[in-house]
Design a protein. Structure first.
Length: 94
């Protein structure tokens, strides 16, 4: 993978979000990472795939776009799914 994992930025129902750095450009991004046994968490995987398809199809200045999606299989058969998006280093004001 062309990304170096950094600190955890947050977590949600089915994934963690970590700061990542692109190895070639040095740019920072946020990666949502699903790291579970697929057969036990098929619904979480399906939800993340739906989110990826929706975000990939949207183009709007107020919606964070998806840069890349990657799937990696661990030695124990678990899947790691990475959804790399733009990183906003501070909270946005309404």
């Amino acid at each position: 993978m062309g990304w170096k994992l950094g600190n955890e930025l947050g977590s949600g129902h089915f994934a963690k979000v970590k700061l990542v750095r692109h190895r070639k450009s040095g740019g920072f991004f946020a990666a949502k990472i699903l790291d579970k046994q697929l057969e036990e968490h098929q619904e979480d995987y399906d939800a993340m795939m739906r989110e990826f398809r929706v975000l990939r199809s949207l183009r709007h200045e107020n919606i964070v776009g998806v840069r890349e999606m990657a799937v990696e299989e661990a030695y124990d058969g678990a899947l790691k799914v990475y959804m790399v998006m733009a990183y906003w280093p501070r909270e946005l004001k309404a």
